[in-house]
Structure formats: C-alpha cells, structure tokens
Design a protein around this ligand. Structure first.
Ligand SMILES: C[S@@+](CC[C@H](N)C(=O)[O-])C[C@H]1O[C@@H](n2cnc3c(N)ncnc32)[C@H](O)[C@@H]1O
Length: 243
C-alpha cells in the first residue's frame, strides 16, 4: 500500500460519508452524526491535550498550528481556540469540502496535501503539529516519513502531538485485528460491513516510534495513554520535538 492507495480510499470515504469515516461509531453512518455533537468530541479531545501540554510547561497557545489529516476539521476548529492560525491539511478533497461546510472560524484554513511529505511547509515554520486518528491508517514507511516531516517543519521551540494505536485490545474486533490478515479484513470491511473503502489500521509500537523519531534528530518528551478514541485499540499520545 502506497500513497496512491491511501489517496484513493480516503477520497472515496470523504465523498461518501465524511463524518462517519472520521469517527466510526454505531448509528452514525450515512450522515448520522449530529454536527454539533461531532465538533464537541473534537473540543473535548483538544482541551484535554492542551491541558496536558500546559502541565508539561509546553504552552497553551501557539501562533502557527498544523493539523495533519484534518478530515472534516473536528480538531482544527478546536485547535483554533488555542492558536493564531491553524492549517488543516488532508489528502481527501471530500473531507476538505466537509471541513469548509462546517463553518470553521476565520483563523482556520484547509489545504490539500496529497504528497508523501509536507513539502508545501517550510522548515521551522510551525509551533504545534497535531495529528490524531491519521497515522494509524498509513503503511509504516509513510508513518516514518511523516514523523520526520513533523520534526522538519517545527520551530526549534515547537512540539508535535502524535496519536497512534499501540496494540489491539482483547475485544472481539481487537482479536480480529490481532490475528486475521489485512487482506481478509479489507474484504470483510467492503463486503460484510459495506464500508465505502477499506480502513486499514497500522500498529505503532513504542520502541519503533522512539527509534524513528531519534533517527530523524528528534526526541519523545512525553507520552500519555488515550483511553477514549477507539474501543478496540490501545492508543498513545506522544509529544515529540527536535533533538
Ligand atoms: C479518521 S480521519 C481523522 C480526521 C481528524 N484528524 C479527526 O480526528 O477529526 C483520518 C483523516 O486522515 C486523512 N489522511 C489519511 N492519510 C493522509 C495523508 N497521507 N495526508 C493527509 N491526510 C491524510 C484522511 O483523509 C482523513 O481525513
């Protein structure tokens, strides 16, 4: 799986059912999300993350923020309350159209980024990179590339908050993710669950993430388990910065 496949799948998901594809939950398919409720989940997540960064002495307001894989702008809008300006980037035009529809505040802008890097952002130009529920859908080599890119675009004092799944839980679906090969799961997602396109999950182990960040000249400065994002995966939120 390369960037072309990621682009194809998320273009289709963004066109067909953007809010459900961002937050997969029972009863939310086919436009089932209430928009206010959807955006409130983003505020809850970002407020908790900002409180955590503040407790670490890493700030609670940033000039330039990059929301990587912004989807429908759920987190972009929430980040805007803590930022001078937020740029949401996404690979899916349909997601970006949904983000525009949801009346984001004026300090948000949304841009298409369908490259396997962040070349449209200059070195050292961002104070906070935020990404959640995104890297998990990418093949591991692309996760490594983007981690390096987050470090490159950060100002020396900047930080990146990176959310990844570390292992499946022992739920029924977690067991399937653990033991059933992806080629089988992707067919099941399409044929049995009728997903508009498959949604891959990539496990990112702590040791691998720390080694990859270090190889790019960065360091992990904090980590925190995330217990709310998915029922079937254990996830961790990391803070990384330039070395
Ligand atoms: C599950 S959604 C999460 C959206 C948002 N982060 C949130 O939590 O509300 C994943 C998003 O990542 C985007 N995405 C996937 N691969 C990407 C890539 N290589 N570059 C930019 N966006 C990407 C998808 O199009 C989709 O909008």
């Amino acid at each position: 799986m390369g960037i072309e496949e990621v682009r194809r799948d998320w273009t289709r998901l963004g066109e067909r059912d953007p809010l459900w594809a961002v937050c997969v939950a029972p009863g939310k398919r086919s436009g089932g999300w209430d928009e206010a409720e959807f955006l409130a989940t983003g505020r809850a997540e970002v407020d908790a993350a900002v409180a955590w960064l503040d407790s670490l002495g890493l700030g609670r307001h940033w000039d330039r923020v990059l929301d990587f894989g912004c989807g429908a702008g759920r987190l972009t809008q929430a980040l805007a309350r803590h930022a001078g300006e937020v740029t949401g980037v996404d690979i899916s035009p349909g997601m970006l159209a949904a983000a525009q529809r949801l009346n984001a505040p004026p300090n948000c802008r949304f841009v298409l980024n369908d490259a396997p890097d962040l070349r449209q952002f200059a070195d050292g130009s961002v104070d906070l990179v935020y990404t959640a529920l995104v890297l998990q859908h990418l093949p591991r080599p692309l996760v490594a590339t983007y981690l390096g890119e987050f470090l490159r675009v950060l100002r020396p004092s900047g930080v990146a908050v990176v959310h990844v799944p570390t292992q499946p839980r022992w739920t029924v679906r977690g067991v399937l993710w653990r033991f059933v090969p992806w080629v089988v799961l992707r067919v099941a997602q399409r044929v049995v669950l009728r997903y508009p396109a498959p949604m891959r999950m990539t496990r990112v182990r702590a040791g691998w993430l720390r080694r990859t960040v270090a190889a790019d000249g960065g360091q992990v400065v904090a980590d925190n388990p995330d217990r709310v994002s998915t029922d079937d995966w254990l996830c961790t939120r990391y803070v990384i910065r330039r070395g």
